[in-house]
Design a protein around this ligand. Structure first.
Ligand SMILES: NCc1[nH]cc(CCC(=O)O)c1CC(=O)O
Length: 359
C-alpha cells in the first residue's frame, strides 16, 4: 500500500518486547513525533463522477463515504449528464442501458474525474480499454419489487391489472407468472426516474409498477414496497443490486485503494451473471434475467447456483435453466459457468426469444 498510515500510537510504559501482530515488528515505523513521510505528494480531493438522478446521487454518496474511509482523502461529487438522462426515447431504441454510462466513461478517460460509480446492471458487459472495475462492493437485495395501489401483492392484483415497467425482462417474467396462475396482467411500457414511476400508481394511471429493491433501499423508500418478488418468480437483471466502481487502469494506487471495497463473492456472482448475458449476445435491455447465489449446508457454503431466463415479453415462452457447481475461485471460472449456462439456454432456443438482438 502506498497510502500513508498513521503511525501506531505507542502507549507509554515498558510493555512487552514489542512484536506486532503481523510478526513484522515495529522497527520500520517512524518515531511518534516524526513528521509525515515526505514522499507523498499533496493529495487533494478525489473526484467522483456521477449521474445526477436522485438514485445515482444516493449511490454515489454511499460510495463517496466508503472511499473517503479507505483512502483518507476527501471525495467530491462531479455531476455528469448522460444521454440516457436527457432522452425520453425508448431505452431499447437508443441502445440499451449503456447510454447512462458513456458520458461517465468519457469523463474518466479525459481525466476530468478520478473514479465513477455505476449501477452494475446498467454496464455493458464489454470492459473498455484503459478502464477497470476496481471494486464491486457487497450487493444489496437483488430482487425486484412491486409498488402497487392499496398495498396489493402481485397475487392480489385483479385480472387485467395495469403493471408498469420498461423492462422486457420484467414483462416476460411477470406475464409468464400471471399465465401460470390462470390470470392476465397488462404490462405497460414506462420510463423515468423512481418518482415518476411510483407517481403513476399514486396518480391512478397504473395499478402497480415494478422496480429494483436496491434502488428503493438506497433512496430510503423501501416502506413503499407492497410485494418483494422472489427470485424464484422473477430473476433479476444480471448484476442488479450491485454497484461498480470504475477508474482508469493506469492509476495503480487508486485501483488498489478502491479494491478494498470489493466483495469477492459479489464479484464472482455478478461475473457469472454478466458472462451469461454476454454469451447470449444480448443487449442490456434484452429480456435476460440471471442470478447467482450460494447453496449452503448449515453454515458451510457448498456450491454456487447460477440461474438464467430469457423469454418473449408476453410471457408465452420462457427458457429458464440453472446450473450448480463448485464456488468459482477465479473470475475465469465464474465466466465459464455463465458461458456454459448460456450454451444450454441457446440449445433450448433462447436466441429465438431475444427479438431483433438475437443472432
Ligand atoms: N435501469 C435503471 C436502474 N439501474 C439500477 C437500478 C436500481 C439499482 C440496482 O439495480 O442496483 C435502476 C432502477 C430500477 O431498475 O428500478
Amino acid at each position: 500500500m502506498s497510502e500513508p498510515r498513521e503511525p501506531q500510537g505507542r502507549t507509554g510504559g515498558g510493555s512487552t518486547s514489542a512484536h506486532s501482530p503481523d510478526g513484522l515488528g515495529t522497527e520500520g515505523l517512524p518515531a511518534p513525533d516524526a513528521p509525515p513521510r515526505g514522499a507523498e505528494p499533496e493529495q487533494g480531493a478525489l473526484r467522483l463522477g456521477t449521474r445526477r438522478s436522485k438514485l445515482a446521487m444516493a449511490q454515489s454518496a454511499l460510495v463517496a463515504d466508503a472511499v473517503g474511509k479507505v483512502t483518507g482523502r476527501p471525495v467530491e461529487l462531479v455531476e455528469i449528464t448522460t444521454y440516457g438522462d436527457v432522452s425520453r426515447e425508448d431505452l431499447a431504441q437508443i441502445g440499451g442501458t449503456g447510454v447512462f454510462v458513456v458520458a461517465l466513461r468519457e469523463a474518466l478517460l479525459r481525466g476530468e474525474v478520478d473514479f465513477a460509480v455505476h449501477s452494475l446492471k446498467d454496464l455493458p458487459t464489454e470492459q473498455p480499454d484503459g478502464l477497470v472495475l476496481a471494486a464491486v462492493p457487497v450487493r444489496e437485495d437483488a430482487r425486484d419489487v412491486l409498488v402497487a395501489r392499496d398495498g396489493l401483492t402481485f397475487a392480489q392484483l385483479p385480472r387485467g391489472a395495469r403493471v408498469g415497467t420498461g423492462s422486457p425482462r420484467r414483462m416476460a417474467q411477470l406475464n409468464a407468472y400471471a399465465r401460470n396462475h390462470g390470470t392476465t396482467i397488462e404490462t405497460v411500457a414506462i420510463r423515468g426516474n423512481v418518482d415518476t414511476r411510483i407517481g403513476y400508481v399514486h396518480g391512478g394511471e397504473l395499478d402497480a409498477v415494478v422496480l429494483a429493491a436496491a434502488g428503493l433501499s438506497r433512496l430510503g423508500r423501501l416502506d413503499e414496497v407492497t410485494d418483494f418478488l422472489s427470485v424464484d418468480t422473477v430473476l433479476p437483471a444480471p448484476g442488479q443490486g450491485a454497484l461498480a466502481i470504475e477508474c482508469t487502469a493506469d492509476n495503480a494506487d487508486l485501483v488498489a485503494a478502491l479494491g478494498e471495497l470489493d466483495d469477492p463473492f459479489t464479484r464472482v456472482a455478478v461475473t457469472a451473471e454478466r458472462s451469461l448475458l454476454a454469451a447470449l449476445e444480448a443487449g442490456c435491455s434484452a429480456p435476460v434475467g440471471a442470478f447467482a447465489d450460494l447453496l449452503a449446508d448449515g453454515q458451510i457454503v457448498k456450491e454456487m447456483r447460477l440461474r438464467g431466463v430469457v423469454g418473449t415479453t408476453d410471457g408465452s415462452t420462457l427458457v429458464q435453466l440453472s446450473t450448480t457447481g463448485p464456488v468459482p475461485e477465479t473470475h475465469d471460472q465464474a465466466r465459464a459457468l455463465g458461458r456454459e449456462l448460456a450454451a444450454e439456454m441457446l440449445a433450448k432456443g433462447a436466441a429465438g426469444l431475444m427479438g431483433e438482438r438475437a443472432h
